[in-house]
Structures are given as structure tokens and as C-alpha cells.
Unconditional design. Structure first.
Lengths: 494, 509
């Protein structure tokens, strides 16, 4: 489809976001008056409109837009919904977070929207050029958001690490892409597949190119051994940004990884199964990295004291579980990853929400200070119970939604006959239990660290935590709507 | 619309199991609206719910047909259709008796420990109710996904029961309990998913019964499931979590752990291990019997030297569960019936012993055996109760323990006389440590320790009388229970489809 047609028909959600970004920047440079709408509200409205436009985009067939640059398919739409939803939750989280509010700067929301936009493009990129563009775009904005707590030296350190790491990773990635282009003569993913199916590419160079590109994607997904940046960045960034990076960035990165490997590097064998192309066993490579990632994440998480670092390593471990779905190379693997992201959104953002509230009230990110939270007034009880729900869900214990998500991932792995990976995965779930339960023990079982009561929580925060906890429980018991949505959406433009 | 009618017609026809499972959850909902300081009202309501549960289970018992099939009170409603998950319930004689055991044990435990818990009463009661939901769910689920959900769900309340209201070392014990059981059950998850794909994407247990796996696959999946069940039972090398959990848990926790939760492992072997993997079961039979016998003797020997009463009973549990498993692994109708009967005996006698120790501990705040002597003179009613329960625990004729142990050993002798002899030795050792315990505590010169030595009050005596009625009832008239177990065991052995195990030894009455 040509550019004008593409914009007219299908790009409305992105256009709304772009409009919102300009509006916010305009607000930012003008002198502040009382009549002006607050930037947070403006961002929220933009995101809601964008979500609305996205949900009401009707299309019957998957097509490629902008002359093959972008794919319009149910898979991409699904991930866009996830990313915009995360952005909505994070905007609400930012509206009262001390990390953001103490330095009122409207451009924060513009950056957040810009990041959302770039990740949305990443989900649907169908061409090496768009992929690289979207990865770079999202990385650059992420650096800026990370250093937003300018009075905190951790923030500066994190930003610098992030820039260095990101720069190297994207450099390696674009080198890999150039090798791939040299081998195949194409930049579009589907065209690359055509060349690989013909079997003309040199396997060794192809292997090298794959690994190089995967290094770039792996850095975005924060999987081992490309995860080193993430704990420092997660710790140094403001809490809402950390929350956003840990779910939305990951979702975008997984979407593009799936698309890249399934569209360019495998051909359909039957309706629901793909086979690897080009004589390289990349599914095994991914399976091995998956086992490594979850083990590294879980083992290091055991020793964390800071809640943000704790959640960072836990999210590395979850990236490992998600990679199992990629390694399965099957429709059910794709579905499992999509399902996991819906649930992961609820439980991980919920945990970050509670951590933000505690950080606001007690000025602490130390997990020891969570001791006896359940006894600190009725708000403390509410927070402790919600956090317990999120943590049990992250562990994967029924009746919470995380269990179902994990079940589906393991189902995909066993369907693909990767039994060794399944065993590594479940053993990791056992390790994860130790550190999640330790935090639960702090909150519920241990004696209070301080006599302070949790003060009145902002009602906006309260209702969001309650809603997230409610859905974490509900989707553990009745998940048919999500299962059906995922089943209907697991189709890529091929 | 028509589909919806079908949806719920099952529920309307067979509402009892669903009621049993979800009534406690309703109770939690009601409880959460009651102020936390009104202890009497909270406890009263919980007791009321447990009582209603018990009445429903009696109703189920009276309606039970005893066909031996798993088809009674069957409910089968699609839960998540696209994932082939069903809300599929059904019971046979063994599940029925286990459910009745649960609904009787829970209220008795609550009454027996009425004043034992003083902090966070509301949360404590919520944990108990939540446990009941999980337990009854496990005993009635016939869909493997549903079963797994209930199996895992129980870890949460049990973790809090040990962790919040436990003794000195409760944090360590609760985490150890959690990790051990979780490690077992996640391996089970892999096994269940493997079965699901092998049998053509079905979690339906009755369909899986008809599916024949290759021998190697049977062995691997059996080992994976057996690990989960063996940890829960607990069988010998996996038992180390049990003494810690038992000693640190509050009295109610110990009673529920010994009385009901350990039974889930046995139930798992009976419901899944044996019928799903018959060839693997026969292949591993000798090893499993050896493990069971080691458990019997090892548990008894370790129990003998314990200075702490609760720990002594905990190790005796290891020994008794060994007897249960020995009977089950004999794979003949006599042994299996005896083993399963022993499940109930162990629940009653060990549960009662934990209750009694809890009652004593509430008065004196020590569980060390050396702190007591001549207690029979100070607390005569207590002594009588304790001695009767002890006799039941060591299997003296006329008490319930005798019937179970006798049948178990009889069945074992038919298969493997050496195992039978060794098992009998363990039983004799059991008599030694229990009687020695009784002698040290109750007889000899009177020793005044700290705390009071008030004898049992009316509430406690009432609980103990009910338990003693069961002890003698099961000991003197075992027939009505045995027939229910026997017909279920027969069907399970039939599904093994191997004639050589169907020896027609008549049950001794």
C-alpha cells in the first residue's frame, strides 16, 4: 500500500500520539498558567484516544503498509494495545510519584509518549530499516527518561551506563543487519526469507549476522548475557519509568524478536509450526539463552535488598521464561508469550505501584523497611495484601493469573519437546519462590520495622492498585476472554 | 441459551461437591466484613461453616452408591474451552471418606484449639477456610488442571499457618515446607503437561486412564509424579521438611498437616500413580516397598530418641505413613485396602495426639518429655484420653489401628514376606516408643512444673470423646468403611489391567 493510503487507513493511533507529543511540548515551552491543563491529564487523554483509535481500526486482511516498511496484522495490534495500556498505567503512576512530581517538567510526559510511539512502531516493523529506526528511537528516549532524577547520582550513573551499553549494542546490531543485507540483497523481512528459503546464503556469515542482530534485540529484552545494564538503569530511573521499561520495552522487544525470527528466519511447516531456515539452529540458541537468563536473574535476585533492583532481576528472570516461548517456534509459543504479557502487565505494574507508594510515604527503597507492613494501619494492610497477591502471581502460584501464564508457557515448551528446558524452567520457579516469599514474609510475618502508619493513600493510586490486584485474581480463575483474544491475535503478516 | 442450560444442569443435579468446595470461600467473604476484634463472632461463624460442611458431607455419604467407579456426584462443565480445561468433579469411596475425614477434622481442630490462637484471629480463620477449599478440591477434582490448581493453592494458607502462628523457628520451617512441596509440584506440572499432549490434548483423568503410554514414558512420568507425591507423603529421603513443619506449626496446623495434608500424597499415588502407569508401578514396586520399609523403621528409631513430644509424634508420622505406603505398594486388594484404611487411622490417632500435646502445651508451655512425670495423678482425664489414643496409634485390637495394620501386613506378606517381616518390626518399634513416652510422662513420681495442671475442661473432653468414638467405631465395625475402600481399590487394580494382582483374598472382618 502506498504512503497516503497507509496513513489514511491505518495510522490513526500513531497520529494521535504524535499530535499529543507536539501539544505537550507546546505546553512545556509556554509559561505556566492556572487555566492550562496539567500535562499528565493531557498525556492520559492522548493515550486513551490513541488506544481508542487502535481498537477501532478495522481491517480484514493482514497487509503491509508504507511499501513494506510496516506490517498491519493482529499480532502487531495486540502488542500495541499492551504498550499503550502500560503507558496509561505509568502516566497515572507518575502523576503522584515523588521521583517526578518534585521536579515538575511537562516534557517528561512528552518523552513517555514518544517512547510509546517508538515501541508501537517497533511492534509492527517489518523491514530492517524500520526495526533499526524504532530500536534507536526508543533507546534515545529511554536514556533521557532514565536520567530524569537529576539530583540523584544513581540516575546519572544509570544514564551513562545505558547510553554506552545501548550504543554498543545497536552498533553491533546494525553491523549484523548490514551483513544480512549483503548476504540477501534485501531489507524486508519477507524478502530475506525468500532468499534463505532458496538456500543461497553462506551459513557461517548468516550465523554471525544472526548473533549480531540478536545481541541488539537481546539488549532490548534485557536477557543474559546482555542484561548488565538493566539493574542499574532500573535502580537509577524514576519508578514509573522503571515500570514502563520493565513491561513495555520488553513487550516491544519480544514482539520484534518474534517477528524477526518467525518471518525472516523460518518457514511455515503446517499451520502452527515453523522450521528454522538457513542451516542454523537458532531455536536451540534461544533455548540455551533462555535457560541462562532465568537462572542468572533468579540467582542474583536472591541477594537483592533494593526493591527496584529486586524487581529488575525478577524481570530478567521473567524474560527468560518468555524466551522459552520463542524457543518453542510454534503458534502456541507465540500465544503463550502474548498471554504472558497481559498477565505480566497486571502483576508487575501492580508490584511497581505498591513500591512507588511505599517510596513516596517512607522515602525508602530498602526491602527491609517493608517489615510488618500489614500491621501499619488499614492502608498498610491493603498494600501488604495487594503486594502479596502480585508476588504470589509473579511466583506462579494459583489461584493467581501468573500461574496460568506460566502454565501456558510450559505447555508451549513441552509441545515443542524441549523437556530439558521445561525442567530448567520449573526448577527456576522453585528458586524464584524463595525471594518472592521473603518479601511476603517481611510484610506479613515479621514484626514492624517502624511504628509509622501508612498515611492516607491518594485515591487514584488506591483504585489502580485495587483494580490491578482484582484482575490478577480474576484472570487466575477465569481467563477465557484473554485466551480467546490471544488465540485470535497470534497471526503475523507472513 | 440452550448451551447455558446444559452448562448448569450438572451443577443443579449434583450440587454437593461444588457446595463443599465453595462454601468456605463464601465464608471468607462474610468473615472479611466482620471487625477483627470480635473474636467470638468470627470463630462462631467459622465453626458454623465447618458444621454445615460436615452436614453436607454426611448427606453425600448417605447418598453414596458405592459402585466403586469414579463417576459418583459427577459434574463436568467447560471452564476454559479453548484450553480443554473442565470443571470436572467426581468421587469414589476413597475420595468420599477423605472428604468426610476433612469435614470432621476441621471443626474438631477449631474447637480443640479454641483459645490457642490469640493474635490475628481473623486471618487465622481465613487460612483455615481457604485450606478446606483446597483440600476438598484436591479430593474431588478429576481434571488434571483443576487438580493442580487445588494442590498448589493449599501452599499459601499452610505457609501462613506455620509462618505466622508457629513456634520459635517458624520462618525456617515454613520456608522449608514451601520449597519442598513447591519443588515437587512444579515437576508434577511438567509431567501433567506431557500427559496432556500424549493423550491428545486432554486433562480428563477418565480419558487418561484409557490411554496407554509406552513403558519408558510411563517410567519417566511416574517418577516425576511420584516425586511430588513422595514429598507430600512423605516417603523416606524426602521427609526432612516434616519434623520441622510439625514442630513449628501451631497445634491446628500440625493436626491438619498430619490429619489431612499428608493424605494427599497417598491419594495422589492411589488416584494417579497406580492406575495411570501400571507397568512402571510394577517395575518400581520393589524399590518403593523398600523405601516405605526404610521409612517405617527409620521413623520409629528416630522417634524413640526425641526429647520433644511433638517431634516424637512427627517422626512417628513418618513411620506410620511408611505403613500406609507399604500397603498401597503391595498392589493387591488386601494390602491396598489396609493401607488406605490406615490413612484414616493415622489421621485420627496422630491428629488426636497433636491436639492433646497442644492442650498440654497451652497449660505448661513446654513440650520436653523430661519436664513431665506422674502426670496421670494431676490430670487423670487427660491421661485416659492420651492412653486410649496411644493404644489406637500402636494398633491394639479393638482400636482402629489394628484393622489397618493387620490388613496392610497381610497384603504385604502375600507379595514379599521379607518386607512384611521388616514392616512388622517397625510396628513393634512403634509400640515401644509410644508406650515409653506414656510411661515417662504419666507415671513415676509427680513432678510440678511451671504453668497450671488443670485437667481437661468440658470443651476439650467433648472433642476427645468424639475422637474416641471414632477410634472404637473404626476398630470394631470397620465393615462399612472397608467395603467402600475395597470397591474403589478393586476398580483401580482393574484399570491396571493385570489379572495377577487380583487375588481374591477375603477381607477379614
Amino acid at each position: 500500500m502506498t504512503n497516503i493510503e497507509s496513513i489514511k487507513a491505518f495510522f490513526s493511533s500513531e497520529l494521535v500520539l504524535i499530535l499529543g507529543i507536539f501539544l505537550l511540548l507546546f505546553v512545556a515551552i509556554r509559561k505556566r498558567k492556572n487555566t492550562q491543563p496539567s500535562p499528565g491529564v493531557l498525556a492520559l487523554i492522548t493515550l486513551l484516544l490513541s488506544l481508542f483509535a487502535l481498537v477501532f481500526t478495522h481491517f480484514t486482511d493482514s497487509v503491509s503498509l508504507f511499501s513494506g516498511m510496516i506490517a498491519l496484522d493482529p499480532f502487531g495490534q495486540f502488542f500495541k494495545v499492551i504498550i499503550i495500556s502500560v503507558a496509561i498505567v505509568c502516566v497515572v503512576m507518575a502523576s503522584r510519584s515523588k521521583d517526578i512530581v518534585t521536579m515538575p517538567r511537562p516534557e517528561f510526559y512528552a518523552f513517555l509518549l514518544f517512547l510509546t510511539l517508538s515501541l508501537n512502531i517497533l511492534c509492527v516493523a517489518n523491514h530492517l530499516l524500520t526495526i533499526y529506526l524504532a530500536v534507536e528511537m526508543s533507546s534515545l528516549v529511554s536514556y533521557m527518561l532514565t536520567i530524569f532524577m537529576t539530583d540523584d547520582s544513581r540516575s546519572e550513573e544509570a544514564g551513562l551506563k545505558y547510553v554506552l551499553y545501548g550504543g554498543v549494542a545497536s552498533g553491533i546490531m546494525i553491523f549484523g543487519m548490514s551483513l544480512l543485507y549483503g548476504l540477501t540483497g534485501h531489507l524486508g523481512l519477507a524478502e530475506i526469507r525468500g532468499v534463505l528459503e532458496a538456500g543461497q546464503a553462506d551459513p557461517l556469515v548468516l550465523f554471525l549476522a544472526t548473533i549480531m542482530i540478536f545481541a541488539g534485540l537481546g539488549y532490548k529484552m534485557a536477557i543474559a548475557p546482555f542484561h548488565m545494564w538493566s539493574p542499574d538503569v532500573y535502580e537509577g530511573a524514576p519508578m514509573p519509568v522503571t515500570a514502563f521499561l520493565s513491561v513495555a520495552s520488553k513487550a516491544g522487544a519480544f514482539a520484534i524478536t518474534l517477528r524477526f525470527f518467525l518471518v525472516a528466519f523460518s518457514s511455515m511447516a503446517g499451520n502452527d509450526i515453523w522450521v528454522a531456515l538457513g542451516k542454523i539452529d537458532w531455536p536451540f540458541l534461544i533455548a540455551a539463552l533462555s535457560a541462562l537468563t532465568m537462572t542468572v536473574g533468579n540467582v542474583i535476585a536472591l541477594h537483592q535488598k533494593n526493591i527496584k533492583r529486586f524487581l529488575a532481576y525478577s524481570s530478567i528472570a521473567h524474560a527468560g521464561y518468555l524466551l522459552m516461548g520463542v524457543a518453542a517456534v510454534s503458534r502456541i509459543g507465540v500465544e503463550a508469550i502474548m498471554f504472558y504479557f497481559v498477565i505480566y502487565l497486571l502483576m508487575n505494574l501492580g508490584a511497581f505501584f505498591v513500591a512507588t507508594i511505599i517510596a513516596n510515604q517512607f522515602q525508602t527503597e530498602n526491602m527491609e523497611d517493608y517489615k510488618g507492613l500489614v500491621k501499619q494501619g488499614s492502608f498498610g494492610t491493603f498494600l501488604a495484601i495487594s503486594m502479596t497477591i502480585f508476588l504470589f502471581s509473579l511466583t506462579g502460584i494459583p489461584p493467581f493469573a501468573g500461574f496460568v501464564a506460566k502454565w501456558y508457557i510450559f505447555q508451549a515448551v513441552i509441545d515443542a519437546n524441549l523437556y530439558w528446558l521445561a525442567v530448567v524452567g520449573v526448577l527456576n520457579a522453585g528458586i524464584a519462590l524463595v525471594y518472592y516469599v521473603r518479601l511476603i514474609k517481611y510484610m506479613i510475618i515479621d514484626e514492624q520495622a517502624s511504628e509509622m502508619l501508612v498515611k492516607n493513600i491518594n485515591s487514584r493510586y488506591l483504585s489502580f492498585v485495587a483494580v490491578l490486584a482484582f484482575f490478577t485474581l480474576l484472570f487466575g480463575l477465569y481467563f477465557a476472554p484473554i485466551a480467546n483474544w490471544v488465540k485470535a491475535s497470534a497471526y503475523l503478516l507472513y | 441459551m440452550v448451551e447455558n442450560v446444559n452448562f448448569f444442569s450438572d451443577l443443579i443435579n449434583e450440587p454437593y461437591l461444588t457446595l463443599l468446595i465453595f462454601l468456605p470461600l463464601m465464608g471468607i467473604l462474610i468473615l472479611s466484613f466482620i471487625p477483627r476484634h470480635n473474636h467470638t463472632l468470627l470463630k462462631g461463624l467459622t465453626l458454623l461453616i465447618f458444621a454445615i460442611e460436615a452436614l453436607i458431607s454426611f448427606k453425600v455419604y448417605s447418598l453414596f452408591q458405592n459402585t466403586g467407579m469414579l463417576s459418583e456426584f459427577m459434574v463436568n462443565i467447560p471452564w476454559i474451552k479453548s484450553w480443554h480445561i473442565y470443571y470436572f468433579l467426581g468421587i469414589d469411596g476413597v475420595s468420599l471418606l477423605l472428604i468426610v475425614l476433612t469435614t470432621i477434622t476441621m471443626p474438631l481442630t477449631l474447637i480443640g484449639t479454641w483459645h490457642a490462637v490469640q493474635k490475628n484471629v481473623k486471618f487465622y480463620l481465613i487460612c483455615l477456610l481457604f485450606l478446606q477449599t483446597g483440600i476438598i478440591g484436591v479430593f474431588s477434582a478429576l481434571d488434571l488442571f483443576l487438580f493442580y490448581v487445588f494442590w498448589e493453592v493449599m501452599l499459601i494458607p499452610m505457609y501462613f499457618l506455620i509462618g505466622v502462628w508457629g513456634g520459635e523457628n517458624r520462618i525456617y520451617a515454613s520456608l522449608k515446607f514451601f520449597i519442598y512441596t513447591m519443588a515437587g509440584s512444579v515437576i508434577m506440572l511438567v509431567a501433567i503437561l506431557y500427559l496432556y499432549f500424549q493423550a491428545g490434548q486432554s486433562f480428563n483423568l477418565l480419558e487418561l486412564y484409557n490411554y496407554h503410554l509406552s513403558f519408558t514414558a510411563q517410567c519417566l512420568v511416574f517418577l516425576a509424579l511420584a516425586l511430588a507425591f513422595a514429598i507430600k507423603v512423605p516417603l523416606f529421603p524426602f521427609h526432612t521438611w516434616l519434623p520441622d513443619a510439625h514442630v513449628q506449626a501451631p497445634t491446628a496446623g500440625s493436626v491438619i498437616l498430619a490429619g489431612i495434608l499428608l493424605k494427599m500424597g497417598t491419594y495422589g499415588f492411589f488416584r494417579f500413580g497406580i492406575p495411570l502407569f501400571p507397568e512402571a508401578m510394577i517395575y518400581f514396586q520393589d524399590y518403593l516397598m523398600i523405601i516405605a520399609v526404610i521409612g517405617i523403621i527409620y521413623g520409629a528409631l528416630v522417634a524413640m530418641v526425641q526429647p520433644d513430644m511433638k517431634k516424637l509424634i512427627a517422626y512417628s508420622s513418618v513411620s506410620h505413613m511408611g505403613v500406609v505406603m507399604l500397603g498401597l505398594f503391595s498392589l493387591n486388594i488386601t494390602g491396598m485396602t489396609g493401607g488406605l484404611y490406615q490413612v484414616f487411622n493415622h489421621a485420627i490417632s496422630t491428629g488426636a495426639l497433636f491436639l492433646l500435646i497442644g492442650m498440654l502445651y497451652d497449660r505448661t508451655h513446654t513440650r520436653q518429655i523430661k519436664d513431665y512425670s506422674g502426670l496421670a495423678k494431676l490430670m487423670p482425664a487427660y491421661a485416659i484420653c492420651f492412653i486410649v489414643v496411644t493404644l489406637s496409634s500402636i494398633g491394639v485390637p479393638l482400636t482402629n489401628g489394628f484393622v489397618g495394620e493387620f490388613l496392610t501386613l497381610l497384603g504385604t506378606f502375600q507379595v514379599n514376606p521379607i518386607m512384611g517381616i521388616l514392616g512388622t518390626t517397625g510396628v513393634v518399634l512403634g509400640a515401644v516408643y509410644m508406650l515409653w513416652l506414656v510411661e515417662r510422662i504419666f507415671f513415676g513420681p509427680v513432678k510440678e512444673t511451671k504453668g497450671t495442671h488443670k485437667d481437661l475442661n468440658a470443651r476439650e473432653i467433648a472433642v476427645m470423646v468424639i475422637i474416641m468414638i471414632f477410634i472404637f467405631w473404626l476398630g470394631i465395625f470397620p465393615k462399612s468403611f472397608l467395603t467402600k475402600i475395597e470397591s474403589s481399590a478393586e476398580i483401580i487394580l482393574l484399570t491396571m489391567d493385570d489379572e495377577r494382582f487380583l487375588t481374591t483374598t477375603e477381607i477379614v472382618e
